[in-house]
Design a protein around this ligand. Structure first.
Ligand SMILES: [Zn+2]
Length: 114
């Protein structure tokens, strides 16, 4: 399962951050999942529930927020409507996918630093 290896990478990264800041516990994690990231938010959450036991994230609930894929014109910044031709009607530039629409991002870590 693709989501499982992503969760593993996420937990390893949180462990590294916690170590760097000498945190004693991690209380909460939040991630943003882009609509076109190829990540299934439900599978990701399920994989996290399985994986977090015995890790620094054991007591940290995960908040997953979805980021819709949106497109805009790189020249004039005009938003391109969903389902429309991916080209700006005003300048003819090919539309560009806005940030986050195809990414899995670690949004925040709440940790306890003594
Ligand atoms: Zn334009």
């Amino acid at each position: 399962m693709h989501e499982y290896s992503l969760v593993e990478a996420l937990v390893r990264r949180v462990e590294a951050e916690a170590r760097k800041r000498r945190a004693v516990a991690v209380h909460k994690l939040s991630v943003r999942v882009g609509e076109l990231s190829g990540v299934d938010p439900e599978l990701f959450a399920t994989a996290y529930e399985t994986f977090r036991a015995g890790t620094v994230c054991e007591k940290a609930p995960l908040a997953v927020s979805r980021v819709a894929a949106t497109w805009s014109c790189p020249a004039c910044g005009k938003a391109i409507a969903k389902g429309a031709v991916l080209r700006c009607a005003a300048c003819g530039e090919p539309a560009r996918l806005d940030d986050g629409g195809d990414a899995l991002m670690l949004d925040g870590i709440e940790m306890e630093v003594p």
